[in-house]
Design a protein around this ligand. Structure first.
Ligand code: SAM
Length: 230
């Protein structure tokens, strides 16, 4: 009985649960996309919400695919902390205020397209990273080497270090360009840079501890392509 309760509270997921959670997120994605498609004047908000739903959906799906034994609701990455929620709330607020005060700012088609393309590239790279890293990927930094943890240097990891951070960074920057939000774009650039710089500085010494010379050699050959992080 205790064991069963533990499993429930751990949030371990059955295939049925996985498909129903994914279906619900898929439905949110579809509805947002439809709103974006049919709202001719300002489709950005619909596209933004579908991108948000798709992003979190894929985080969960990839974890369910490669780590079915530990997948839980946390894998949706919805519990990213206050900074993340405040950042997106600020983005939506800025969009709505400027839509009311300076609607022409939101009409700049060229900027919207650039934002959309950056966002799609970010999402693609993030998902490719999770795909190639498979069970070596974890949402939280690993402080101890698991026996089955191997250094991934193939696929998207052959071209860049930390592709999942690259993807997250550019996806988030892309959302603010898509929404034509100059204030939040500056804020996102600053906060994302600090966040990923600190994260990489914490992660890399551990990777050197786990994989020694192999990681040092790998690091020499692969840039991050995140601005101001070599
Ligand atoms: C959130 S994942 C991020 C992975 C990587 N930093 C990226 O952006 O694609 C964090 C975990 O991935 C592991 N990791 C990072 N790079 C790795 C690599 N090239 N091969 C294997 N594991 C890696 C770290 O040990 C850490 O626990």
């Amino acid at each position: 009985m205790q064991q069963q309760e533990k499993l429930i509270f751990d949030g371990r997921h059955t295939p049925q649960n996985i498909s129903s959670y994914s279906f619900s997120f898929g439905a949110v994605f579809g509805v947002c996309l439809a709103i974006g498609y049919y709202s001719e004047t300002f489709p950005q908000l619909g596209i933004f919400f579908s991108a948000l739903a798709l992003f979190h959906e894929l985080e969960y799906m990839m974890t369910a695919l490669f780590k079915p034994d530990i997948v839980s609701l946390d894998a949706f990455l919805l519990n990213n902390g206050n900074q993340y929620n405040i950042a997106h709330a600020a983005g939506i607020t800025e969009f709505l205020i400027e839509l009311y005060c300076f609607p022409t700012l939101k009409y700049i088609r060229f900027i919207r397209y650039i934002g959309f393309i950056i966002m799609v590239i970010g999402q693609l790279v993030r998902s490719l990273a999770m795909w190639y890293a498979k069970s070596n990927f974890s949402h939280k930094i690993a402080y101890h080497k698991r026996q089955d943890h191997v250094l991934v240097t193939t696929g998207i990891y052959a071209f860049m270090r930390h592709p999942s951070y690259f993807g997250f960074y550019w996806w988030a920057v892309g959302t603010q360009i898509l929404l034509c939000n100059p204030i939040c774009l500056s804020g996102f650039l600053y906060v994302l840079h600090r966040f990923f710089k600190d994260r990489i500085e914490e992660e890399e010494p551990l990777l050197i501890e786990f994989f020694g010379k192999d990681y040092i050699e790998y690091k020499k050959k692969t840039p991050t392509y995140i601005p101001l992080i070599d």
